[in-house]
Design a binder for this molecule. Sequence first.
Ligand code: ATP
Length: 303
Amino acid sequence: MGEAVIEVRGLRKRYGAIEAVRGIDLRIERGEVFALLGPNGAGKTTTVEILEGHRTRSGGEVSVLGFDPGRNEVALKERTGIVLQQTGLEPYLTVAETVDMFRGFYPRPLPLEDILEVVGLDEQRDQRVRRLSGGQQRRLDVAVGLAGNPELLFLDEPTTGFDPSARRGAWSMIRNLRTLGKTVLLTTHYLDEAQALADRVAIMVRGEIVAEDTPAGLVAADADAVIRFRAPEGASPPEGLDVRETEEGLLELRTADPTRDLHALTGWALEAGVALEGLVVSRLSLEDVFLRLTGDQDSEEAP
Ligand code: ATP
């Protein structure tokens, strides 16, 4: 096992009658990109803010870089970077001025050029903040989070509201962070993002961690495959196969025995002269596994 950057045991948080975090354990090692996932209200923000030192806990042990974040020590703050969902940066400063201002707050800042290169803003260095696109502003938020050369970076929903190409750009930026050896704790609502970036993922539901593994491990642990196809109106697949219609209007069948069920399905189609358009058999995606683990719960429901 590598060196633990974050270690959490039995963490609890109550807000009056609501128990938002119910005794979770976590271990995140140096150099890992770790994604914390879960539906709205699962307790992710509460957990992350306790780790950041922005909220108190009701119980359990927490160690971040060997410190207790509850003690609010400057030495810990100098070694962590936090990128919140909304940051208010000065609109009339340039990119370079903004990053330099934040570098000035730390004893051992990362060189300006290195920061701009990692976040991909070298070409915008003299541009004013207010002229940046949404995606570029978010990169600047990350640049500011990196200013003090932190060992650990908290990234809260780094690509929410991005168009697909800006998202890809942000992903390559996060991969660059990995090459710098930074440990990253990422929260995101995008399952493909976690699948693409995270070394390990924890899924939180109602204050508890219900699964924790590599993205590939989570998917592999679920033996099921999905068969998807289209059938002409009125054609009804054989009884005994649990076929459902998806929101996209496809027919979908989840199965632990794809060989048998595919045989039953194609046998029926051949016999009935039905074309199964767009027939695919695939493993579950991380999103499928997530939806299964988090169930059909009302995500806003109180824990
Ligand atoms: P989201 O994905 O929507 O950001 P989350 O997983 O981050 O959700 P939290 O914000 O940690 O969830 O909230 C967990 C639970 O604690 C929710 O039921 C929420 O209503 C409750 N909660 C959060 N903050 C407070 C607070 N300051 N006072 C009272 N209840 C709170």
